[in-house]
Design a protein around this ligand. Structure first.
Ligand code: NHR
Ligand code: GAR
Length: 210
């Protein structure tokens, strides 16, 4: 059994999608813990209700990002994960932390990378007049939103969309591609060619939703 630790900061709907898919599809994996940097993250309650260990490492209690990341790593390592999953986790991680989990930490970012790294992706895509938006699952490296891409999903930007409407269309895609990406990792189906990740059997690493 592979062990997963999922990091959240809020609602946790991607974490929920992964927990449910792992159970329903009988993955060779278990969610060992859900960890939040915010004590009030709603997703902690879902995890606790499902018998998953939870922990809070409150970034406000630390004087520096290095101190926060050191404690976060100590708590994560207590659960001995094979994979760390960032699911709406909202703190930028230091290079020491990303190096520790190199090639075993995934993130979901709500844009079609390399467009719109960072925050407020939906507002920015709409204000740029983008006609297609989407979401990317990628491995985490020191450079924000730049690691190897596992799956991308595209959705239309429709006339009259605001950030809320676009984000809910993108979120439906997130709930499909994040469980799929984690499943591929735990099955050992992802292969590295230099800095690029592909699926062992050539499965489609894209999804188009209308
Ligand atoms: N850290 C590294 N080094 N590399 C990545 O690719 C990371 C990362 C940490 C988080 C997720 C993320 C995203 O998908 C992520 C990827 C937060 C911020 C941010 O600016 C940026 C990117 C991401 C998450 N955070 C503010 C900060 O000062 C706080 C914002 C808040 O609390 O609301 O850390 O885009
Ligand atoms: C998701 O849309 C995720 O892509 C995004 O935050 C939301 C979290 O939702 N992540 C980022 O913006 C990272 N900067 P969730 O807590 O319900 O999974």
């Amino acid at each position: 059994m592979k062990r997963l630790v999922i990091l959240i900061s809020g609602r946790g709907s991607n974490m929920e999608a992964i927990v449910k898919a792992a159970q329903a599809e009988g993955w060779p994996a278990q969610v060992a813990a859900v960890i939040s940097n915010r004590p009030d993250a709603a997703g902690l309650q879902f995890a606790a209700r499902h018998g998953i260990a939870t922990a809070v490492v409150d970034h406000k209690a630390f004087a520096s990002r290095e101190d926060f990341d050191a404690e976060l790593a100590r708590v994560i390592d207590g659960f001995a994960p094979d994979l760390v999953v960032l699911a709406g986790f909202m703190r930028i991680l230091t290079p020491g932390f990303t190096a520790r989990y190199a090639r075993r930490m995934l993130n979901i970012h709500p844009s079609l990378l390399p467009a719109f790294t960072g925050l407020h992706t939906h507002e920015r895509a709409i204000s740029m007049g983008c006609k297609i938006a989407g979401v990317t699952v990628h491995f985490v490296t020191a450079e924000l939103d730049h690691g190897a891409i596992v799956i991308q999903a595209a959705v239309p930007v429709l006339p009259g969309d605001d950030a809320k409407a676009l984000s809910s269309r993108v979120l439906a895609a997130e709930h499909r591609i994040y469980p799929q990406s984690v499943r591929w990792f735990v099955e050992g189906a992802l292969v590295w060619n230099g800095e690029v990740v592909s699926h062992r059997d050539g499965a489609a690493q894209h999804l188009f939703l209308s």
